[in-house]
Design a protein. Structure first.
Length: 449
């Protein structure tokens, strides 16, 4: 770090603590990596403290590797996998999984649940000490004006709070998801939830600002912990727009009619992000069901296969399993319509996934299944980028409409470019840098504790 030990007196210095950086295996930290790159481009002196090795940091990180401090977790813990590989070859239905595979998956699931219950604050707890030691060795006399930790995993908050306390500098907590309160995707016992809330309160006693992705989540943080919580959405990356790799003219179906390709890229959660209503809607199309094809890319733990078999539309579904981010973007570009599966429950009102902004970048119409009064649903309607439906009959009617458009025009029209105005990374991250400047320059605000 000798080339960047200390900038001019006027140069603000930022330490970003993020367990993940974008790589071939995860895009969970595209937000903090993009923010670090944005701050660097705008004259900040930035370092990133991460568990991701330099050899696994993808080009999407867009940040000089020389200023990345790598701290591998220690001791190594077993990877808490989440189920069997349900992928199938492209163009065919999900393959059948043997009973032995399901048995192994059940055992792994039990181990995973036990690990999630016992490892506090999360399975990345073995990163806290190595991260502190690595920063101490690598930083030298470089001292941040402000520390930003992005989570989950929430072990990063403990790292940031410890560094900030040691150096006497402010720190900011970036919540991509909530932790102990308002996160119903994280299934845990009431005792574990109480432990998490107590730990979160203790950690937030020293925080200067909290930042999250929507107003409902920010209000939960304010009302629960008494912190100064701001909102900065994820935003759209200005990567090159991919051209479609498939012919956009009408594709011949069973009777020479156009077919409609839908795509969902992301994780599925049983009972929360459920493809059942969509697949039931396809079944309602009768003979026209053969003209609709849905591609699922991402880990699903058998959810798609089971729902497709219940609806009797397995031949309309392809499950690809995990794909790289680049492959995911191409799948989105090739689709006629993108499917956003969310939880149809008021508790999901504040959820706005990073995947949503990938979809905006692809400029394909969005079919959102989820809470119709949530932030994501309002964004889809207000921007005119798609529709929100949850009932199979309404979804089926929309699919018929899109089939008719494609039959007549040869393609479902893309989303107009103007619908994305104000949603790009730079639109969101300009205000974020101002929040960080305020945190660096002002006195710390503390929570109620």
């Amino acid at each position: 770090m000798t080339d960047h030990q200390r900038g001019p007196a006027s140069t603000p210095r930022l330490l970003v603590v993020s367990y993940h950086l974008p790589s071939a295996e995860t895009v969970a930290a595209s937000r903090p990596a993009a923010l670090a790159a944005f701050a660097d481009e705008h004259g900040w002196d930035v370092r990133i403290l991460t568990a991701t090795g330099a050899d696994r940091v993808g080009e999407s990180a867009r940040f000089p590797r020389v200023r990345v401090i790598h701290a591998p977790p220690s001791p190594r813990l077993p990877r808490l996998g989440s189920g069997p590989d349900m992928s199938s070859s492209a163009g065919g239905p999900a393959r059948r999984v043997s009973r032995l595979t399901w048995l192994k998956a059940g055992v792994k699931g039990s181990v995973r649940r036990a690990g999630l219950e016992l490892l506090v604050p999360d399975p990345q707890v073995n990163w806290i000490r190595p991260a502190l030691r690595a920063f101490g060795r690598a930083a030298g006399d470089w001292r941040p004006d402000v520390v930003l930790a992005s989570a989950p995993p929430f072990s990063g908050f403990l790292v940031a709070a410890a560094i900030a306390r040691r150096l006497g500098v402010p720190w900011v907590a970036d919540y991509r998801d909530l932790w102990s309160v308002g996160n119903d995707y994280w299934v845990r016992s009431s005792l574990r939830r109480a432990i998490d809330e107590k730990l979160e309160r203790r950690v937030l006693r020293s925080v200067t600002r909290c930042v999250t992705v929507s107003q409902p989540l920010a209000e939960t943080l304010r009302s629960t912990f008494g912190v100064d919580a701001r909102v900065v959405m994820n935003g759209i990356d200005r990567r090159p727009v991919l051209s479609r790799s498939v012919d956009v003219r009408p594709v011949s179906g069973v009777r020479g009619e156009a077919t409609l390709t839908l795509a969902y890229t992301g994780h599925l959660y049983g009972g929360r992000r459920d493809p059942g209503p969509l697949l039931a809607a396809i079944a309602l199309l009768g003979d026209d069901a053969a003209r609709v094809h849905v591609v699922f890319a991402g880990e699903d733990n058998g959810i798609v296969r089971a729902a497709a078999e219940r609806a009797g539309v397995a031949d309309c579904v392809t499950v690809l399993g995990y794909v790289t981010p680049e492959k995911s973007w191409q799948i989105q570009a090739d689709a006629d319509v993108l499917v956003q599966l969310m939880w149809n429950d008021p508790r999901d009102a504040g959820t706005v996934t990073g995947k949503m902004f990938d979809y905006f970048q692809a400029r394909r119409p969005i079919l959102l299944l989820g809470y119709e009064y949530g932030v994501a649903a309002n964004l889809v309607r207000e921007r005119g980028v798609g529709v929100v439906h949850n009932e199979p009959a309404a979804i089926a009617a929309q699919l018929r409409e899109w089939l008719g458009v494609k039959q007549q025009a040869g393609a479902v029209p893309p989303v107009p470019p103007g619908a994305l105005d104000g949603l790009f990374r730079e639109d969101q991250f300009g205000p974020y840098l101002q929040i960080l400047r305020e945190a660096a320059d002002g006195p710390a605000r503390t929570g109620r504790g």
